[in-house]
Every structure is written in structure tokens, then in C-alpha cells.
Design a protein around this ligand. Structure first.
Ligand code: 5AD
Ligand code: SF4
Length: 461
């Protein structure tokens, strides 16, 4: 690293795919000499990696751009400012008009062109690239060095699938991320092998509709997500696999069987239902009923009885009555969530639901959100308490606050605090849950066998 290497600051909003994309942008700029910084103030390039899923998320970018404009005035510094992600995709050149501070706009399908666009921006042009490229973006993106991988920790994301063909009537994703496309399995196996060789122990496979994955296999056949995970499971040194987010319609028998058959596949599933009312589910174009969802959960739990179920809910979808909302509370109770995300419906321009009759007043949405959140919090706490006294495996992913303390994750994705002198980040440790905190578990080493795999020295931060 040279002393005057240009500094890159990426701020990501929204989903985990943006976290993955932020790393890919940093990787794309590493060959140009860029090093990452944690603060906007000393950056030469600021990238806002934006989210368009709800209005609030989309508006955040403009307030951040306002802060950057002020910071530039106050400090006299002149970093280049790029807007990436789904707001870039959705609003394109509009952003340049609304925010003169912006030098370039780049959609998620064009990140391989980032160095080129930066050169155009350096010449004073203000490029906008929101094309859905035909070329293979992932193949063309620069690969991270083992050191860069290790600096990002022992858990990593791998995007396996992008886009969505489901067209739920509330959702912008099919417009911002485009049609479903799956990366070839060989590429994903190679990427995961590289991560594991640099010290990664857990990989979460990402896709807007990840269970619809249908990539080209090395054998020339189309591989399903289950087939891909069977292959990834064979990578020695990889301890854990996860995937997110799934659509109920694409959870097939093979994927359910994977939960029974693959020990590395963690017993956690994010399977949004959105509503418990069949009328609202139909208006949302979800392509399943409440009962079909519950029966599906039963089948998955039959394969993996300790499965921790997570989900997403939207309250206040147009036309949602008190009775519809009661159905939502009922399905949440019946499905017994270990955690869930709850959202107020936010009309998104260009989506069918934005123009539907029966938009629900904000105060009603607020009240419903509070009631649903209270139920989910109670379920989450009950699930955590049910683990007290039981043994679980904890993947240690960070040093803790005090000497000898480490932080990690349970198989069910809960944060765990553990005092385990001599244990190291990257290790999977068997532990007894001793107590629950507000959002985490406390645990103590259970003794017995420990799984310490040979790690490259640099991987253990
Ligand atoms: N309003 C509120 N929530 C939404 N989501 C998607 N679109 C909207 C919207 N317009 C939620 C869904 C989805 C999650 C990622 O965000 O619950 O599963
Ligand atoms: Fe959006 Fe998910 Fe529905 Fe696709 S399946 S349209 S990403 S909510």
C-alpha cells in the first residue's frame, strides 16, 4: 500500500446482497490502487450503495448526499461521489438532476465497469450506467486477494442468483434487479473454495429468490440450489452453509431433503409469508395461500425438527382489514417464528399495489405493526429461552468485549457471547447456553471435542 493511495468509502443500505456488492466494488477498484477507509471524511471516492425497497430507504440516500455536500463545503475536500445500488438503477439520471454533488450513477448490473466510469467522471463527465449487461458481470469483476478476504472475517456472502420473476405487487425488485439469473455452479464452487482457503468458515448463499436458483452445472445439466449446496458441502474447511431469501413456491422436495441430509446446512430458514390473509396474499400475487405456507413449514420441520423459522411481514397492504390483519397474527402464531422482519406497506412508484384502492392510513399501519412486532418479539424471546441448558455449536466470529470473551453465532443465527480462554476466531465450539440477553445468548464451553481446522495464519485476525 502506498502512502498516497486513493481511499474508498462505501456505505451500504438495505439487504445482504448490497453488502456483497460493496465488497465486489472494493475488489474492482483494488487493481486501480484504491484502499478502503471507514470514514467519508478522508475518502477520495464515496460510493453510496443504495436500497429502493421502501420509500424511507430510498430517501436516506438524498439526506446522505446533503451531508456529503456540506462536508465538501466545510472541509474543502473534493471526493468523487458515486450512487450505486437499486436507487441508482431505478432513478438513473434523475439523481444527477436532484443532487449536483453526484459524479456518477451505476446500477448493480454494471459494477464491472466501475473503473471505466470513474475515469469518465475524472474527465468531468457525469456518467450514468443502468444497463442490464449481457456480459457476465461476475466473471469480469476482479477477484479479492486472500488478504482482503481474511480482513472481512470468517463469514462471507456469495451471490448465487439475482433478480426475481415473481412480481409480488408491492415489490420493486423485479424492476431494479431485473429478471432471474443464476450464476454457473463451477464459478460458485471456485469462489467458495477461494473464500475457505483464506479462512472463511461460513458461507451464506444470496439471491433475491435464492431457492429458484437454476444454474449451469459442471456436468452440463441445470443444477438446483440443493444440488449446488451438496457440492459446496464437500469443500473441506467450510463449516457452515446458509441461504437467503426464499419464496415458498420454490421450496421443493429436494431442497427440503437437503435440510435433513446436509449437516453443514444450518437449521435456519428465512421464508417470508408477508400476510396471513388469503385475500391479501392473492392481491399481493404471492402465489400461495396461508394454509399452503403452514403445510410447507410442517414438511420442512419434519425434515429438520429444530429449524429456526424466520420471515417477513407487510402490514397495511392496500385493502387490508382488521380481519385480514387478525389472520396475519394467527399465521405468525401458528408458524412459531424464531425471528421475523415486520414492515409497514410503502407504496413504490411503478408497482401495481401503489395504484390500488384502499390504501391504509398511517396510524392504522403503525398500530398493526406494533401488535405484530410485540408478538414476534415474544416468540423470539421464547425461542431463545428454550435453548437455555442445551448444547449448541457456536461459530466464533469476533473477539468479545472482555479478555477471554468471544462473540459468535448459534446455528439459529443468534449472536452468542462466550467466555472461552484459548479459543480463536474461526473455531466452531460446542457450548452450553447459560442465559439469554436482549438480542443474544450467553454460553459456556461444553468441553469435549473441538473443531479447530488448520487455518492460514493470516486468516485469524
Ligand atoms: N413495502 C413494505 N415492505 C416491502 N417489502 C418489499 N416491498 C415492500 C414495500 N413496498 C418487504 C417484504 C420483503 C422484504 C425484503 O421487504 O417483506 O420480503
Ligand atoms: Fe419482491 Fe421477493 Fe416478491 Fe420477488 S419474491 S417480487 S423479490 S418480495
Amino acid at each position: 500500500m502506498t502512502a498516497n493511495a486513493p481511499k474508498l468509502f462505501v456505505k451500504s443500505y438495505g439487504c445482504q446482497m448490497n453488502v456483497y456488492d460493496a465488497e465486489r466494488m472494493a475488489d474492482a477498484l483494488a487493481p486501480e490502487g484504491y484502499v478502503e477507509t471507514q470514514s467519508a471524511e478522508d475518502a477520495d471516492l464515496i460510493i453510496l450503495n443504495t436500497c429502493h425497497i421502501r420509500e424511507k430507504a430510498a430517501e436516506k440516500v438524498y439526506s446522505e448526499l446533503g451531508r456529503i455536500r456540506k462536508m465538501k463545503q466545510e472541509t474543502g475536500r473534493a471526493p468523487k461521489v458515486a450512487v450505486a445500488g437499486c436507487v441508482a438503477q431505478a432513478e438513473g439520471a434523475e439523481i444527477l438532476k436532484r443532487a449536483p454533488v453526484v459524479d456518477l450513477v451505476i446500477g448493480p448490473q454494471s459494477y464491472q465497469r466501475l473503473p471505466e466510469l470513474l475515469r469518465e467522471a475524472a474527465e468531468g463527465r457525469r456518467p450514468v450506467d443502468t444497463d442490464f449487461a449481457v456480459e457476465d458481470k461476475f466473471e469480469r469483476l476482479a477477484k479479492p486477494s486472500p488478504k482482503a478476504i481474511a480482513s472481512r472475517g470468517v463469514t462471507a456472502f456469495v451471490t448465487v442468483q439475482e433478480g426475481c420473476d415473481k412480481f409480488c405487487t408491492f415489490c420493486v425488485v423485479p424492476y431494479t434487479r431485473g429478471a432471474e439469473s443464476s450464476r454457473p455452479a463451477a464459478q460458485l464452487i471456485a469462489e467458495t473454495e477461494r473464500l475457505v482457503a483464506a479462512g472463511v468458515r461460513e458461507v451464506t448463499l444470496l439471491g433475491q429468490n435464492v431457492d429458484a436458483y437454476h444454474g449451469e452445472g459442471p456436468d452440463g445439466r441445470t443444477w438446483s440450489l440443493a444440488r449446488l449446496m451438496r457440492a459446496l458441502s464437500e469443500i473441506e474447511g467450510l463449516a457452515r452453509l446458509r441461504y437467503t431469501t426464499s419464496h415458498p413456491r420454490d421450496m421443493d422436495d429436494e431442497l427440503i431433503a437437503a435440510h435433513r441430509e446436509l449437516p453443514k446446512l444450518m437449521p435456519y430458514l428465512h421464508l417470508p409469508v408477508q400476510s396471513g390473509s388469503d385475500r391479501i396474499l392473492a392481491a399481493m400475487n404471492r402465489k400461495h395461500t396461508a394454509d399452503e405456507y403452514l403445510r410447507l413449514i410442517d414438511r420442512i420441520r419434519a425434515a429438520r425438527p429444530d429449524l429456526a423459522l424466520s420471515g417477513d411481514f407487510i402490514v397495511g397492504f392496500p385493502g387490508e382489514t382488521d380481519a385480514d390483519f387478525e389472520d396475519t397474527l394467527a399465521i405468525a402464531r401458528d408458524a412459531a417464528y424464531a425471528s421475523a422482519f415486520t414492515f409497514k406497506y410503502s407504496p413504490r412508484p411503478g408497482t401495481p399495489a401503489a395504484d390500488m384502492d384502499g390504501q391504509v392510513p398511517e396510524a392504522v399501519k403503525d398500530e398493526r405493526l406494533q401488535r405484530l412486532q410485540a408478538l414476534i418479539s415474544a416468540q423470539q424471546a421464547a425461542f431463545a429461552r428454550s435453548l437455555v441448558g442445551r448444547e449448541i455449536d457456536v461459530l466464533l466470529d469476533r473477539p468479545g468485549r472482555y479478555p477471554g470473551q468471544l462473540a459468535g453465532r448459534s446455528p439459529y443465527l443468534q449472536p452468542v457471547q462466550i467466555t472461552a480462554p484459548g479459543a480463536v476466531v474461526g473455531e466452531v465450539i460446542r457450548a452450553v447456553v447459560t442465559d439469554t440477553g436482549a438480542n443474544s445468548l450467553f454460553a459456556a464451553p461444553a468441553g469435549g471435542a473441538r473443531d479447530i481446522l488448520p487455518q492460514p495464519a493470516e486468516a485469524i485476525a
